[in-house]
Design a protein around this ligand. Structure first.
Ligand SMILES: NC(=O)c1ccc[n+]([C@@H]2O[C@H](COP(=O)([O-])OP(=O)(O)OC[C@H]3O[C@@H](n4cnc5c(N)ncnc54)[C@H](OP(=O)(O)O)[C@@H]3O)[C@@H](O)[C@H]2O)c1
Length: 216
């Protein structure tokens, strides 16, 4: 599968997603994005196809997935996720569509405070989750439901999860590396660059990794 590639992006108007789309377009790839509000996208590009829609409503997934090389999910709605696992419900519809079209590779961005499937948080991350980040509990539970589904029902796909730590939308702080246990508070931009590299990295398949700056 030679480049340029075709990326299907969910969450393209978000903090990480908009940097991801920009990177992919700058590298000459094609991007298709499903967004609730196209006016929020900060760019137009001949290689960018935008579909308006919501993951909580009926979406023509066969049309979106057809011909795609990589699916990248950087979705979140912290208010809705307090009561409903919208991402998990969506991924459970997306994966069968990917199978129908022979699309194998999917990267899902979760949080560093989301437990990996079958694993635990370090004591430091556990304390953070239950104090400063208490308001995001529903989002982490949704992310964990996605990881559980991928690990138990989608191992025919080349899925990978980035358990990102994000503190700001500032400039780059360096290059994030993949790790089972090292964690940095990164920028959206650096997480997007990590996602861009990682989705094309076969060694990341079926991992639920953290990311860190090597200098930390
Ligand atoms: N932000 C953090 O501090 C942080 C830290 C660690 C991990 N994470 C993880 O990374 C994920 C992405 O974070 P982020 O900060 O990049 O995202 P974000 O800025 O919160 O943006 C979320 C994206 O999801 C889209 N979205 C939400 N509900 C949708 C729906 N029903 N249909 C279609 N699109 C929908 C949003 O669209 P709209 O523009 O229309 O709202 C937006 O593009 C989070 O869910 C979380 O699991 C985030």
């Amino acid at each position: 599968m030679p480049p340029p590639f075709k990326f299907l992006v969910f969450g393209a108007t978000g903090g990480t997603g908009r940097h991801f789309v920009s990177l992919a377009l700058q590298a000459g790839h094609k991007v298709t994005a499903l967004v609730r509000n196209p006016a929020k996208l900060p760019f137009q590009d001949a290689n960018l196809t935008v579909h308006q829609g919501s993951i909580t409503e009926e979406v023509d997934l066969d049309n979106l997935v057809h011909g795609v090389d990589f699916v990248v999910i950087m979705l979140g709605d912290v208010n809705l996720q307090k009561d409903a696992q919208i991402n998990a419900a969506f991924v459970q519809k997306l994966v069968p569509a990917m199978r129908r079209h022979g699309v194998k590779r999917l990267l899902y961005q979760a949080g560093g405070l989301s437990k990996p499937y079958g694993g635990q948080l370090s004591p430091m991350l556990w304390v953070l989750r239950n104090t400063l980040a208490r308001g995001y509990a529903g989002q982490h539970e949704d992310n964990e439901a996605v990881m559980a589904y991928l690990a138990t029902a989608a191992n025919d796909l080349e899925w990978m999860v980035h358990r990102a730590g994000i503190g700001s939308d500032g400039p780059t702080k360096g290059t994030l590396k993949r790790s089972p246990d090292k964690f940095s508070v990164a920028t959206h931009r650096d997480c997007a660059a990590y996602n861009y590299r990682t989705v094309m990295d076969p060694s990341a398949i079926r991992t639920c990794s953290l990311s860190y700056y090597e200098k930390d």
